[in-house]
Design a protein around this ligand. Structure first.
Ligand code: KMH
Ligand code: ZN
Length: 306
């Protein structure tokens, strides 16, 4: 049976601290969560930085470096950094982490969308920090910008640093964007796609949509490795469907704060443990980081700049 690459997306830039006391925020929390997720079977941790005082998403190279260096000293998990940040960050700020750390892997968002987080405000009674409500409401009128020009620049940056792009696809049009970049020499194979379902502004998290995205990508791109993630508890259903279809799976508090209906996950590791239990029931095993490096064709931890 196949080795499945489990990614833990530890904190993201979507949820705000008032939504869960377990959302990791400080560098130390992110370092500890990485180690625990790795121990539970994650081969990849996907990392966003936050301001340690307020939990606000941050593009600080210093914070990214502190997290990256410490994780590397503790375990050989693959570190995949965000270049998505938040829609409020400039593209230049979002890209800094790749220039500075030259990581093995980083995200490459395959198109623009109106990333709608404002409905979260309906369920938050009390805010811990003043930025949270403003940030969520601003998403109603904000574009997560990944223009063709931006993506050309990102492509060049990833090639220069030999960083593998994890191609985030939220909707089918983004597959056409990838085909264009691939056919015109901006992206080179082998490609690795992360299908992200359930973001308001993108495709809804259901099985038809995952099949549709996969089949569209097959037609347009032919061969690629891939993984899927989905918001809230769809994380486990879409994730299970993904590995049953021959893909890989991402869990983590970036996409889902829960472990089961009505119960917050107390750690990312808890979600990793759950998906590992499920995939083992089907006779699969989670890939180790080194097995994942081989599957994805990564340059290796010795070639990063941290
Ligand atoms: N926070 C989002 C706007 C990524 O890491 O590149 C996008 C995101 C994807 O989190
Ligand atoms: Zn992310």
């Amino acid at each position: 049976m196949a080795k499945i690459i489990v990614t833990a997306a530890l904190t993201g830039g979507i949820h705000v601290p008032s939504m869960s006391p377990y959302l990791p925020i400080t560098p130390q929390q992110l370092i500890d969560e990485s180690e625990r997720a790795y121990d539970a079977g994650a081969a990849v941790v996907h990392i966003h930085a936050r301001d340690p005082e307020t939990g606000q998403p941050s593009a600080s190279t210093e914070i990214f470096r502190e997290i990256a260096t410490s994780i590397k000293s503790k375990c050989n998990v693959i570190q995949c950094f965000t270049t998505g940040g938040t829609p409020e960050m400039s593209v230049a700020d979002r890209a800094k982490v790749v220039t500075a750390l030259k990581p093995e892997m980083a995200t490459y968002n395959a198109g623009s969308l109106n990333f709608g987080l404002f409905p979260f405000t309906d369920n938050i009674q009390e805010y811990k920090f003043p930025w949270e409500k403003r940030f969520l409401l601003a998403s109603e009128n904000g574009i997560f910008t990944n223009t063709f020009k931006t993506l050309k620049e990102y492509s060049q940056l990833f090639a220069e640093t030999n960083t593998k792009p994890e191609l985030e696809v939220y909707d089918a049009g983004m597959i056409a964007n990838l085909a264009y970049f691939c056919n015109n020499g901006y992206l080179s194979k082998p490609l690795h796609i992360q299908f992200v379902l359930g973001i308001m502004g993108g495709l809804m998290p259901d099985t038809d949509n995952l099949l549709f995205l996969y089949n569209s990508a097959k037609k347009a791109l032919v061969d690629f490795t891939w993984s899927a993630c989905a918001t809230e508890l769809n994380q486990f259903t879409i994730g299970t469907m993904a590995f049953l279809m021959g893909g890989n799976v991402r869990v983590g508090m970036e996409d889902n704060l829960y472990i089961e209906a009505g119960t917050l996950a107390k750690s990312n590791a808890e979600q990793v443990e759950k998906i590992v239990r499920i995939l083992k029931e089907f006779g699969h095993e989670p890939a180790t980081p080194d097995e994942a490096r081989q599957i994805l064709g990564l340059k290796g931890q010795d070639k990063v700049n941290f």
